[in-house]
Structures are given as C-alpha cells and as structure tokens.
Design a protein around this ligand. Structure first.
Ligand code: SAH
Ligand code: SF4
Ligand code: F3S
Length: 455
C-alpha cells in the first residue's frame, strides 16, 4: 500500500485542487494518510501570493525532510510556487522529485509512480498491476496542455462534504500590478457549462448541499453551453439552482467592475443564492486603485453596492484590502478607512503589500516602510473589527438559516454550522442534525461566533 500525505496552502482554488488530487490518487491505488511521519509520498500544494506564503514552503520542505531522517519518501511540490519557482526548487531542495504547476496535476499518478520506482519504494511489476485502474493519462503527456485538460482526467467524486467547491474558471487576465496570479495560474479560461453541471449533479447526489463556484474572476465566467453559446455566471447559477438537493449557492471571487446586472437581478429573485457578496476593493483611494490597475473607482464601487442592496436588502459585503501599496499616502489610507465606515463590511481580509517577483508594482518607486505598513494594517483591522462586531450584534434576535457541518470538539452536546453570511453559529442540539439546514434564533453574539437555539 502506497501512502501519500498532502499539505495545502493558499486559497480555495488550492483546496479544491487538493481534493481532486486525493480523488485522483485514490483511484490510482494510493491512500491518503494524515500522519506526516509515515508517508511514501509527500505533496505540498503551494501558494505564492505573498512573500511569507512562498517562504513557508521552503521551511516546510526542510522540516519534513528532517522528520524522515533515514527514510527517503518522494517529495512533490505542486501549485503556484511550483509554477513560479520551477527549476529553482530543485536547486534549493534537491531531494524534491516532482515540481508541477496547478494546470498539470493530472500527470501526478504517472510521475509519482516513476519516482516511487526510482526510489525503490515500489517495484516495476507492481506498477503494471496498478496501471489497469488508471484514469486516461498517457496520451496527454506529449501534448501541449491548456489550463482545462486536467478536468477530463479527474474521476467523479465518490462522496462529498456538505459544503462542496467547484472550479468554474482557471487563471486571470486582470494583471493587477501587485499580483502573481496571472503568472502562476495563466490566462483566464472558463470550463464548459456541461462539465460543471455534470460535476454539480454528481456532488449533490453524493452529499453536497451547498455549492461554491470558484474562479479568480467568477463574474467573467463565459464557458460554452450545450449549444455552443457563451454562458454567464448568472445563467450557470440558474441551472445549478434547479438541482433539488442543492440548497445553497455561493460564488467567489468577484471583480467589482465585472459584476453584471444579470447577477444583481438574480440576487433579487433566487433564494438559493446566499446574500453575501465577496467583493474585494483592495484600496479606497482612486489614485491607489489606478496604480494597482484595478479598473474601477471608489464611486463606482459604492454605486454597485447600492444597486445590490436595492435589489436585495439582505445583501452584505465582504472584501480584501492591501495597505502600504507603493506611494500610498496617509490621505490615501484615510480613504480606505472611510470606505470601511461607509460600506460596513461584515468579514474582511487585510494584508500588508508584499512586493512580488515579476510584477509591475515591485519595480515602482515609493515603496512604503514596513513600520508604516504594519501601523496602517493595525488601524484598518481595528475599523474592520468594529464593523464586523456591529453586524454580529445586529444578528441577535434574528432567525437565521444554518447549515450544520460539525459536532463541537470541546463539547459534543453542541453542533456548529454556518449561516447565510458564513458566520459560525453554535447551538445545543443532537449530533444527528449535522448535515441539515435549520432555522436558528440568535441569542448572543461575540466577535468570533453566534449562539442560539433551533426553532
Ligand atoms: N482574484 C481575487 C483575489 C486573489 S488573491 C481578486 O481579484 O480580488 C487574494 C488576495 O490577496 C487579494 O484580494 C489581495 O488582497 C491579496 N494580495 C494579492 N497580491 C498581494 C500582494 N502582492 N501583497 C499583499 N496582498 C496581496
Ligand atoms: Fe490577482 Fe487582480 Fe487577478 Fe485578483 S484580479 S487574481 S488580484 S491579478
Ligand atoms: Fe496562492 Fe495561487 Fe491561490 S498564489 S492565493 S494558491 S491562486
């Protein structure tokens, strides 16, 4: 039995890719192990978005290598660091056997088997046996690969978490001046609608209740439908909403100036579409947005939110922010704080700008001192916390719908789930309600979660 251990860093895309890799390798006779000390194969699915994220990969490789002292497992580095650093990984960590980008992970079974034989972990004869259950691979090895061919090579999911993720699009064409994603994930390309619908149909048969559609710019989704016409995110969601077992639909990430009127209208009429819109603004100053190559102004952003809230007053907004972008002045930063006060975001991620290799912003004059970045991040977080706190408190007394997914680890009389707005909700209830959606009256709220009772 060949055991593989898989560690995932980075965004939901990587989480999705990792889950598909588990399916793929299991189909090829390999077993996932959570035990990081006892695997034949170690796979790191990596993130390159900020310096810290990518530095972590090399320290993690070093730590794992030490753990295995005299044993000699196969190390594979896949994902965005693999794409960006390529050959360099073999130089810095010569014990790594495989470096593979996110677009090519369907080649893993073939490459891993080769490495297992080289390292004498398995014998060639055993591989011949295994080849019988292999998904179609060999004809792809010598072809030029686009970002989407992997989807033809992945087996159907045999079971699904209640909350399932489905990638609808790969890559990004926006080229924000700070961002590595267009380089690590390639150009934007949408999956055919039918391939997504087949995946969703299967997922809801094998357990999924909530479907999260993933793309770096989901609003730009334009895969072909059955008749060869261009679809859209709204059209795709309408079709997904028809599956009876699918009770909730989410999509991430939205790009403000690509958000369509069709989607705004859908938010007004489709009850399965959750009323939380993840709409990264990044900065509140038009000057900074322009330098970031974000193609909207603060006024346009605020207008979009107004339209959304007019269409559906239940809609709430979450966002991402970057502070300390080159040349960001205190006045620019004040504009970001001002946006937070106006929009009252309910959950946000805020980051210090991190200069990344081969991006336009890395070469800009006016890089900001780390101390100033840290100070702005702290001040922004205080403001974000205030607005999240205020929203959590406003939930007390309301009835919210909660999809329960877990029994509490600290006390098994309690179960935990997420409401429409992805806030964790805890109630005292029988574990058999895990997997169901219940109406919960919220009785108390802290910054981290809500508590209530099922009604
Ligand atoms: N496609 C999404 C985000 C992808 S990356 C979008 O356009 O919004 C996730 C987040 O990481 C971004 O929203 C941004 O806030 C942050 N990020 C990306 N590059 C960064 C960098 N160089 N430094 C700091 N934060 C960065
Ligand atoms: Fe990066 Fe911008 Fe594309 Fe988002 S839209 S992935 S931030 S380049
Ligand atoms: Fe990181 Fe790649 Fe996602 S760089 S954020 S794992 S697309």
């Amino acid at each position: 039995m060949v055991l593989f251990h898989l560690k995932t860093f980075g965004c939901q895309m990587n989480v999705y890719d990792s889950s598909r890799i588990v399916d793929l390798l299991s189909e090829n006779g390999m077993d996932l192990t959570e035990d990081e000390t006892n695997a034949d194969i170690i796979i790191l699915n990596t993130c390159y978005i900020r310096e810290k994220a990518s530095a972590k990969i090399f320290s993690e490789l070093g730590r794992l290598k030490k753990l295995y002292k005299d044993k000699n497992p196969v190390f594979a580095v896949i994902g965005c660091v693999a794409k960006a650093e390529g050959e360099n990984i073999f130089k810095r960590a010569p014990f790594v056997s495989i470096v593979l980008s996110s677009q090519k992970y369907h080649l893993l079974p073939e490459l891993l088997n080769k490495a297992l034989i080289e390292k004498k972990i398995i014998k060639e004869e055993e591989l011949q046996e295994k080849k019988k259950n292999k998904t179609k691979l060999s004809h792809l090895i010598n072809t030029e690969l686009s970002g989407l061919e992997k989807f033809d090579c992945l087996p159907k999911q045999k079971n699904s978490e209640k909350v399932a993720f489905v990638q609808v699009q790969e890559g990004c064409n926006k080229f924000c001046t700070y961002c590595v994603v267009p380089n690590t994930r390639g150009r934007e390309i949408s999956r055919d609608e039918q391939s997504i619908l087949d995946e969703v149909e299967n997922l809801q048969k094998v357990g999924a209740v909530e479907i999260n559609l993933l793309g770096q710019n989901v609003d730009c989704y334009n895969g072909l439908d059955k008749d060869g016409n261009k679809s859209s995110l709204a059209k795709l969601i309408k079709k997904i909403a028809k599956f009876e077992n699918v009770k909730r639909i989410r999509y991430t990430t939205s790009y403000p100036s690509e958000f369509s009127d069709e989607m705004i209208e859908l938010h007004a009429i489709e009850p399965k579409l959750m009323p939380l819109v993840y709409l990264p603004i990044q900065a509140g100053s038009n000057e900074v947005l322009h330098k970031m190559n974000r193609r909207y102004t603060r006024e346009q952003y605020l207008e979009l939110i107004e339209k959304l809230k007019n269409a559906n007053p239940n809609i709430q907004i979450s966002s991402d922010f970057i502070v300390g972008f080159p040349n960001e002045t205190e006045e620019d930063f004040q504009q970001t704080l001002d946006i937070v006060k106006r929009v009252k975001f309910i959950q946000c991620y805020a980051f210090k700008y991190s200069p990344r290799p081969n991006t336009v912003a890395q070469k800009m004059d006016g890089q900001i001192d780390l101390k100033i970045k840290s100070d702005r991040l702290k001040r922004l977080q205080v403001e974000l916390r205030k607005s999240q706190d205020a929203f959590n408190k406003s939930c007390v007394g309301r009835v919210m719908s909660v999809l329960f997914t877990d029994v509490s680890k600290t006390d098994n009389q309690y179960i935990i789930g997420k409401n429409e707005y992805l806030q964790p909700v805890i109630v005292k209830a029988d574990a058999k309600l895990v997997g169901t959606i219940q109406n919960v009256e919220i009785e108390s709220a802290s910054y981290a979660n809500l508590k209530g009772k099922i009604i």
